[in-house]
Design a protein around this ligand. Structure first.
Ligand code: FES
Length: 253
């Protein structure tokens, strides 16, 4: 049975909706806040126990150590995934509703939008940099895969551990989050005026169709990859601290 939606109501959270519309923005607040706090602690303040044997936390991959850099090495790379997620089309829609509440959900009143200028003025005009963050994120995906493959190699021998499997899943999820991005879909084929005119445009069309399929699941990739990258860091830190053992085939680890 459908319920009519009445627009024009005033007052915070006024709506004619009868569904639990507040659950999704609440989960977004909890999820992003928890990840923000944990990733800040891990990347900025916990500058030890982020590696164990062949495993390196994804927050520190690639590990860039320079004498002239006095802060955490993670800060040299994390601007890229942070900027990529903060300017993501999906996350923008989610956190604009959850945090700015303008509105908190469709057909629900929230903060009054006085002076709203959309994404045409500073600071929100910076969202246009998403395509550049995408390029940086794709580079980091390559390093995450190198790290995941390297995790099968320890002290001159090939083996496998629970950490290796976790790191491969992490690299895969982050790669799929990047490959399902709206910008990559546009870059590969969406910008073309003609899909059949040349061999290059036909190839672009095929790529666009594939990225369009992945794009349908972009929200899922966004959350799974966010949660998994945090769990990967947690796992490596727990084994590095000796709190849990890493089951693996290397006798010396
Ligand atoms: Fe989400 Fe590009 S739209 S990563």
């Amino acid at each position: 049975m459908s319920h009519p939606v009445t627009l024009g109501k005033t007052g915070w959270f006024s709506t004619d909706r009868r569904d639990n519309w507040w659950i999704e923005p609440l989960l977004v607040v909890v999820g992003l806040s928890a990840f923000g706090v944990y990733s800040t602690l891990s990347a900025v303040f916990w500058q030890s126990h982020f590696e164990y044997g062949p495993y390196l936390s994804p927050f520190y991959e690639p590990l860039l150590l320079f004498n002239w850099w006095p802060f955490s090495p993670a800060l040299l790379i994390l601007w890229a995934p942070l900027g990529f997620r903060a300017t993501c089309y999906y996350y923008r829609g989610a956190y604009y509703k959850a945090f700015f509440m303008n509105p908190p959900a469709c057909a629900v009143t929230g903060q009054e939008g006085k002076g709203y200028t959309g994404e045409g003025k500073f600071p929100f005009v910076l969202m246009n940099f998403h395509r550049f963050f995408l390029i940086a994120a794709l580079f980091l995906n390559v390093f995450l895969w190198i790290g995941a493959i390297r995790s099968f190699w320890y002290e001159g021998s090939i083996g496998i551990g629970v950490g290796s499997v976790i790191m491969v899943i992490n690299a895969h999820l982050l790669m799929m989050y990047s490959l399902s991005c709206h910008s990559i879909r546009h870059f590969i084929g969406g910008r073309l005026d003609c899909f059949t005119c040349t061999a290059a445009s036909r190839t672009g069309h095929a790529g666009w169709k594939q990225t369009s399929k992945w794009n349908e699941h972009h929200k899922r990739f966004a959350w799974f990859s966010l949660v998994w990258v945090g769990l990967t860091d947690v796992y490596i830190r727990l084994v590095a601290h000796g709190i849990i053992p890493d089951l693996n085939t290397w006798s010396s680890l």
